[in-house]
Design a binder for this molecule. Structure first.
Ligand code: NAP
Length: 476
């Protein structure tokens, strides 16, 4: 039996486990205690790996894995509102965005189930060389082994889904460490997986000191792959420390978007306002840097700024709220300090830049030099810059001018400009006439440069959790 909603235990080998100490979880909006979770340490991490190892001794056939994944999608649908309320409470994500996340997780599981059923290798054309004549060869897709999954606070359900569902589709058992600030969505998902028939040990969930649990995942050789979504500082260090594992990283961005003079400016302004500030900018592909062709700069701003000012800032549990709190007061103070640095550095605050009660108002900054943090680091808050440019080459150079490369966007009516930009923008994904914040869960999603080294989306992630095994048959 699972523990109550506000007091949860760890899941290890199918048992809900207490440890005698707890991690408190607070509402990012009110600061109130919303629950606590049993705290895991290195000993629990080792037990979880033992349990995963034992589970993998009895492989689950693909049709069973697919059936379980489909059932989880169904349960997420049935408990959709409860799931959305959980995300809203622990992450402070506005309810309407939390509902979207809950629906997206259903789609992630549904698509992973499809992948479970079509894990095929390929035949090798052996007579293509003299050495292979008289032989038949093919590859099998084998599960890589135990997967360690580490997830961030900002999509506490769907980014967990993007790790669990493809790993299970591939036939791998998982040891999951969700963000300490948002463990309840992951634990709810674990409960649904157990209800859906996932046998003990296939999914183990640990909440506790990140470095202690992370160290065990890095050091234990039975963990063959680590899938990490979070900040670059943590992610690249994990990859360095585990050179013999597959360490797959989904990291940050300072998302740019280019608005050409021939764009539909009203449409662009609407999408920019919606996607620079949703979940208070705490998405890795939240729009941060807007580059506008000089001839339409004033017009774009005259359409964009009223839409920004119309966004409703407030309690995430309120149906009308567009922009809620940052994850904690430290995050808010850091973002405010970056805005102040920009102001002191000669930038002009066109909107926001201050607090509405305890919440940061959506902030638009002009004339921000490229050396300012708001221009070159990931702000991860409800803040964007707007900058005029003269030529498309200049815009592309500005967009490419950070160490990040996750997604970028361009608004233009010219197919030629759009396709040229798609080739020149050094990012994992480029959107045309859509905000670069757009993501559908089947897309190959991931970054280049400091933004990561992999692609998620079940069809792509499942590859990371399998290895090709070659079988050669002598026919003579
Ligand atoms: P974070 O501080 O790096 O935390 C991410 C996860 O790593 C958490 O579970 C955290 O645990 C854990 N962690 C921290 N230190 C660790 C260590 N030494 N060893 C092992 N695990 C460790 O990131 P965040 O603040 O939660 O998330 C924001 C970042 O994620 C942003 O940079 C954002 O762009 C990025 N992100 C990227 C994507 C993508 O798909 N590319 C999607 C979403 C977010 P604790 O919570 O216990 O500290």
């Amino acid at each position: 039996m699972a523990a109550t909603a506000s007091e949860r235990k760890l899941l290890i080998g199918g048992e809900w486990v207490e440890t005698g100490s707890w991690v408190d979880v607070r509402s990012p909006y009110s600061g109130d205690l919303i629950g606590r979770v049993a705290k895991a340490g290195a000993a629990e991490a080792r037990r979880a790996i033992d349990a995963a190892e034992a589970a993998m001794q009895e492989p689950l056939p693909a049709h069973k894995r697919a059936e379980i994944l489909v059932r989880v999608a169904g349960y997420l649908g049935r408990r959709h509102e409860e799931v959305a309320q959980t995300i809203c409470a622990e992450a402070g994500k506005p309810l309407k965005a939390a509902r979207v996340e809950a629906s997206r997780a259903m789609s992630t599981f549904t698509m992973a189930a499809v992948e479970a059923r079509k894990l095929t290798g390929e035949t090798v054309p052996m007579d293509a060389s003299q050495a292979g004549v008289g032989k038949l060869a093919f590859t099998l897709r084998q599960p890589i082994g135990i997967v360690g999954a580490i997830s961030p606070f900002n999509f506490p359900l769907n980014l967990v889904a993007h790790k669990l569902a493809p790993a299970l589709a591939a036939g791998c058992a998982v040891v999951l460490k969700p963000a300490s600030q948002t463990p309840f969505s992951a634990l709810l998902l674990a409960e649904l997986e157990a209800e859906a028939g996932l046998p003990p040990g296939w999914l183990n969930v640990l909440v506790g000191p990140a470095s202690e649990i992370g160290d065990v995942l890095v050091e234990d050789e039975r963990v063959r792959a680590i899938t990490f979504t979070g900040s670059g500082g943590v992610g690249w260090k994990l990859a360095e420390r585990a050179p013999r594992k597959r360490v797959k990283l989904e990291l940050g961005n300072a998302t740019p978007v280019i608005v050409e003079a021939d764009a539909d400016l009203e449409d662009a302004a609407t999408r920019l306002a919606a996607n620079a500030f949703s979940f208070a900018g705490q998405s890795c592909i939240s729009i941060q840097r807007i580059y506008v062709q000089r001839g339409v700069y004033d017009e774009l701003l005259s359409r964009f700024l009223p839409k920004v000012e119309a966004l409703v800032v407030g309690d995430p549990a309120d149906e009308a709220t567009d922009v809620g709190p940052l994850i904690d007061a430290d995050a808010r103070d850091r973002v405010l300090a970056w805005v102040e640095e920009a102001r002191a550095g000669g930038a002009e605050i066109l909107s926001g830049g201050d607090l509405d009660g305890e919440l940061l108002r959506p902030t638009v900054i002009a004339k921000a030099g490229p050396e300012l943090k708001v221009s070159c680091e990931e702000i991860f808050g409800p803040v964007c810059t707007v900058t005029a440019y003269d030529t498309i080459d200049e815009a592309i150079e500005l967009a490419n001018g950070t160490r990040f490369g996750l997604q970028a966007g361009i608004f233009t009516r010219s197919i030629k400009t759009a396709l040229a930009a798609a080739q020149q923008l050094e990012f994992g994904g480029v959107t045309v006439n859509e905000a670069p914040t757009f993501r559908a869960d089947q897309m190959p999603y991931g970054g280049v440069k400091d933004s990561g080294n992999t692609r998620e989306g079940p069809a792509y992630a499942v590859r990371e959790f399998t290895e090709d095994r070659l079988v050669v048959v002598e026919l003579s």
